[in-house]
Design a binder for this molecule. Structure first.
Ligand code: KIV
Length: 262
């Protein structure tokens, strides 16, 4: 899978499945599945480091996670998030950031928004770096929104998102994530663009879907946004295993003779 297959999937109306991943162990598991691509999301700051927002994912954090994922991902297409503000400080800073992420093993980068950093997007795409856009709810702007809110509910904001999506395509992006926008708007953007849209909280009509791996594995029972489907009751299953281990140790039942060296 690569940018050409992304384009082909859209033309063949084959839905793309993406998941986030932040570490070698899960990357290895994903490598053995039919999932199309892996995003090393800046959500690593929240999911892996317990931070309050993605604003806390800096380039060192993203480099470290991208390296770990790339080591386990086999031939999966790995996309890495450009950290907060890293593409807003001019073209050189954006190129330096992308260089670090590509050297760490990413094959593409993702960045939020368009306005104010068109020059960086254009230079990245002209430099042979596949760029995935991210519109709708842009988590790095959470403080400007005053919380995580569905975007594009008014005619004006919907038209703005549609316009930005078209601009991203003009600038050479190969795909765009649409996060938390009404399904009808996501459908309109998907029809208007020649590049694939990847939805998260954007309804069923996008060209593909992405979820945070730990969310779809149900590893945090308390976290249940409307758009997340839990494909596993992970928190319960993992806790059961942990309790079983603790009980086996307490009871002297682990390790057994077979699990011991003579
Ligand atoms: O960082 C992330 O997890 C993301 C997805 C929500 C698309 O950007």
């Amino acid at each position: 899978m690569g940018v050409r297959e992304f384009a082909r999937a859209k033309s063949e109306r084959r839905k793309l499945s993406l998941l986030t991943c932040y570490d070698y162990t899960f990357a290895r598991l994903l490598a053995g599945t039919a999932i199309d691509a892996i995003l090393v999301g800046d959500s690593a700051a929240m999911v892996m480091h317990g931070r309050a927002s993605t604003v806390h994912a800096g380039i060192e954090m993203m480099r470290w996670h991208t390296e770990a994922v790339a080591r386990g991902a086999g031939d999966k297409f790995v996309i890495a998030d450009m950290p907060f503000l890293s593409f807003r400080k001019g073209v050189t800073a954006a190129l330096d950031t992308a260089q670090t992420l590509m050297a760490a093993g990413a094959q593409a980068v993702k960045l939020e928004g368009v306005e104010g950093h068109e020059d960086a997007i254009e230079r990245l795409t002209q430099s042979g770096i596949p760029v995935m856009g991210h519109l709708g709810l842009q988590p790095q702007s959470v403080h400007a929104y005053g919380g995580y809110r569905v975007q594009g509910r008014t005619e004006e904001t919907a038209q703005d998102i549609l316009g930005q999506a078209k601009r991203l395509e003009q600038l050479g992006a190969f795909s765009v994530v649409l996060e938390c926008i009404p399904a009808a708007l996501a459908r309109e953007v998907t029809v208007a663009l020649g590049i694939p849209t990847i939805g998260i909280g954007a309804g069923a009509d996008c060209d593909g879907q992405i979820l945070v791996l730990q969310d779809m594995l149900g590893l945090n029972a308390e976290f249940q946004p409307k758009f997340v489907r839990k494909f596993l009751n992970g928190e319960c299953l993992v806790k059961q295993a942990l309790e079983s281990y603790g009980q086996a140790v307490s009871a002297g039942a682990f390790p057994s003779a077979e699990e011991s060296f003579e």
